[in-house]
Design a protein around this ligand. Sequence first.
Ligand code: HEM
Length: 321
Amino acid sequence: MDLPKIHSITKKIFVALVGGFLLMFLLFHMTANLFILRHDDGQWYSAFCHFMGTNWVVKIFEIVLLGAIALHMLLTIWLAITNRLARPVRYHQASQSKTHPGSKLMMWTGILIFVCLIVHFCDFYFVKLGLVKGEYMVEAEKLQTEEVMTIQQFASQQGMEPQEFVDAFEAQVMQYAPQLTYDDQQEMKKNLEQLRAAVPVAEFVKKAYAEGNLSADRKWIRHINYDERQMLREAMPECGVEPDFYYMAREKFSHLYSIIIYLIFFGVIFFHLRHAFPSAFQTLGLNNYKYNPIIEALGKIYTWVVVLGFAAVPILIYFGL
Ligand code: HEM
């Protein structure tokens, strides 16, 4: 099969531009992750994730980002294939050039990053897409509808469970139903249906408060499992139940095996970035003898800051700091 002809340097420029965008995303992602280290019961990080999960500009950015990752991989694989096809006979002697160890390993570190990203998405991002089960949270006030509050108030006044109260209430109003006009009967039926639909939510809220599953600022109900999430989404589609990434990250990094997997991930990223940063400048023709030492130094600083910033989260959480 003939690959479409695009000049190698054009592909390289695209790889560099998209790579530059990914470098900026990584810095942003690492900085945002540092919120997880705050011992504020997730107030900052949950607010950040809520914004990221609900803002439509961010949703578009997410598609651009995933597209950029796919494009970056596609172009590098394409470049590797065309380079190989252009030189079917390998060099007799391996290159002696003084390149970063990462440069010769770019393709391998890239593939490893892809594998690690799939693992990472299974841990977090796919939970948001509903492809993997996780832990969820919901804004407490979103569940305080008129029906839920009515059930809560009267059931607790009469010392009943929500279902018990609605059953008793229904039995009572049914006695009067024959005396009502047709329109009033329909209205009553509609109200009863709404009350019955709110019972699972009222039961859920009661249990959540009894078990103390509220965030410290009482804004979020937490520790919602997958079945409860499904129930809430069915009973109240607009309530906006979302993944609890603060809790999930803290839970994940309480296990040593997760830390080891993530530290390997960051190690691979280190080698990839060490070469990627100066290489992007070179491809875009932004390097020269005068600026090379600055670019090299910036690359080192960027890589260490990003990798150490990422690594700080699992390590500090594991040691309870
Ligand atoms: C301690 C390390 C990390 C933690 C705790 C973490 C946490 C998260 C979380 C919670 C999400 C879902 C956010 C959302 O969709 O609202 C996410 C998504 C994502 N992460 Fe990470 N991450 C870490 C490291 C990394 C690294 C090293 C990379 C890249 C090499 C990366 C790339 C991504 C991408 C591409 C997404 C999907 C896009 C997005 O939702 O913004 N993450 N991460």
